[in-house]
Design a protein around this ligand. Structure first.
Ligand SMILES: [Zn+2]
Length: 360
């Protein structure tokens, strides 16, 4: 990306304890230790009947869903809703099959839609299979407003914007959503190196039976198997509710071995749109980056905030797989050797910037 996102310091004076990021109780203590004051202020903001609209701008697989989930874990799930534009278009495609719901959509559009395609043409596009690419931006905008209206008392994280927009509609798109609610709104922009997205895709696996997602190098299961013939390590499903518990070998999806190759165009488009959004004046911006250059990491973050990489080796004497951890390093988009941050420190930086943005 051509925009420089600052490294956010989450290392905090007086906080010397090590927290376990995968344990919900320890994670709560972590957030209270690192941004407890801001959390109290944001909760008060909600208690006083306020909400906000945050537009998530990040590439595909940049962790938007995870950040939103952690945020709602902190402030309470009843106060936040995560809306994906892609999902709501797909849901509307489904809803349009029901005559009553279709009538409701039409009614809303007659009152709220303005665009170059007629409502009937838009409805036809909505009901077609290739719905995403046929619908005009103006109609997607109206659908989004319709969905937002269903959550009047909740803070909204809106994720995903129509692609291929021209410059004018792009700034008006956000402006129009702002007018609909009287809440403060802001961008939450995410900078993630392509190398991280690439590695996440290449090493992600699922259980063929229960579909639990894991990652061979970043998010392992308890038990690791070793295939001697191919000198290959694999994860074994550890979901207690799965028939394959303790025995089913987790596998990668077809094509995942190619990494970002398959979504390269999409990532480039996302990047262009984010850069364009960055140039819009008049809206506050929260900048998140989930990598930190190795040479400044010591001063800016704590060791346990860095994503570890699992390294496996076969222990012949005991016929088992030994697992060791080391900090995972990648080259960021500028070629700088960097660590990848765990989601919680990224959320700490979001919460601190959010409190400031909301004037709390
Ligand atoms: Zn399973």
């Amino acid at each position: 990306m051509n925009i420089e996102f600052p490294v956010f310091k989450t290392k905090t004076d007086g906080v010397t304890k090590t927290f376990d990021m995968s344990d919900p109780v320890s994670r709560r203590e972590y957030f209270n230790a690192k941004c407890g004051d801001e959390i109290i202020k944001i909760k008060e903001f909600f208690d006083n009947g306020n909400t906000f609209v945050a537009y998530f701008l990040g590439k595909k697989n940049s962790g938007k869903g995870t950040y939103c989930k952690l945020f709602s874990e902190i402030v309470g799930p009843d106060r936040v809703v995560h809306l994906s534009v892609g999902d709501l278009v797909r849901n509307a495609n489904e809803a349009a099959k029901d005559p009553a719901q279709l009538a409701e959509i039409k009614k809303f559009m007659e009152e709220n839609y303005r665009g170059f395609m007629s409502i009937d043409e838009c409805i036809n596009a909505l009901m077609s299979r290739d719905v995403g690419s046929l619908l005009p931006t103006e109609f997607i905008l109206a659908l989004t407003k319709m969905e937002i209206a269903k959550h009047p008392r909740k803070a909204i994280f809106l994720d995903g914007f129509p692609r291929q927009m021209d410059q004018v509609t792009y700034s008006l798109y956000f402006r129009d959503l702002i007018n609909y609610r009287q809440d403060p709104d802001f961008f939450v922009m995410i900078d993630i190196p392509n190398t991280i997205i690439d590695a996440r895709i290449k090493s992600r696996v699922i259980c063929p039976i229960c579909h639990t997602p894991r990652n061979t190098i970043l998010l392992r299961t308890k038990e690791i198997g070793y295939d001697k013939d191919n000198n290959n390590y694999y994860l074994i499903c550890d979901n207690p509710g799965c028939e394959g518990f303790g025995k089913e070998k987790m596998v990668g999806k077809e094509g995942d071995d190619k990494g970002i190759e398959a979504i390269k165009d999409r990532l480039a488009t996302d990047e262009t749109l984010i850069e364009k959004a960055f140039g819009i004046y008049g809206i506050p911006k929260i900048l998140l980056r989930n990598s930190v250059p190795v040479d400044v990491a010591k001063d800016m973050v704590d060791d346990y905030e860095l994503t570890p990489e699992f390294v496996y080796s076969y222990n012949q004497a005991e016929n088992k797989v030994d697992v060791t951890e080391k900090p995972w390093t990648v080259k960021d988009d500028k070629g700088t050797e960097s660590f990848s941050l765990m989601p919680p420190p990224v959320v700490v930086s979001m919460i601190k910037q959010m409190a400031k943005t909301l004037g709390l």
